[in-house]
Design a protein around this ligand. Structure first.
Ligand code: ZN
Length: 209
């Protein structure tokens, strides 16, 4: 752990979250994969780990230049580093954000598969406040991504993903699969900076409520 991180966590535990949140919504953006974990590889050789980090960083950028820092954003990684899933969720449990979003891209053997998928944690029997909020944000996100960016909607799904399982008791949490790197068109789409920016803006727009 880097010294500034230790200092931050010490300050956090001494002073509590109030000092840091100042009434702003705190959001943790988890850029999926990183370091030696490349994630999926595109038909054009782009790597999922680079796409997720680029989108997360574009969200930071737009939050500061367009939204006047409406949100207080934290990334689970700021560089191309390997971070375990449990370290990602430890950050969630330490910061207790208003929302956690894990960014990923999809891959399928069928190269024709396209579209976005949003995952919620799979405990359907337990409708906690965090689960209800997660679903509401997921629905808003599907609308923005399909209507504004033209993505095909593959639906809101449920899974027992570790990052969701270990976050949902603390915060609303979703995992988004932003298109298929195994599809030529969607991999090409994700290759362009302007589309990364559009996705970042769309994600920020859909979490504003
Ligand atoms: Zn992934």
């Amino acid at each position: 752990m880097r010294p500034f991180k230790i200092l931050f966590l010490m300050l956090y535990f001494i002073t509590g979250p109030v000092l840091f949140s100042q009434g702003k919504k705190v959001i943790i953006i988890d850029a999926g994969h990183g370091g030696t974990d490349f994630g999926a590889i595109g038909t054009n050789h782009i790597k999922e780990k680079d796409i997720t980090l680029a989108i997360a960083k574009a969200m930071l950028f737009y939050n500061s230049i367009l939204l006047d820092n409406t949100y207080e954003l934290y990334l689970t990684r700021y560089k191309d580093t390997l971070i375990s899933l449990s370290h990602r969720t430890k950050l969630v449990n330490a910061l207790q954000p208003d929302f956690f979003i894990s960014l990923h891209c999809n891959h399928a053997l069928n190269s024709k598969a396209t579209g976005i998928e949003i995952y919620l944690h799979n405990k359907t029997s337990l409708q906690t406040e965090n689960q209800v909020k997660s679903k509401a944000i997921a629905l808003a996100m599907v609308n923005v991504l399909t209507e504004r960016l033209g993505y095909r909607n593959r639906g809101i799904k449920r899974a027992n993903f570790q990052v969701l399982r270990e976050s949902i008791a603390t915060s609303p949490a979703i995992l988004v699969e932003l298109g298929f790197l195994s599809n030529v068109d969607e991999a090409s789409y994700l290759e362009l900076k302007k589309n990364i920016n559009a996705l970042a803006l769309a994600l920020l727009m859909s979490i504003k409520n």
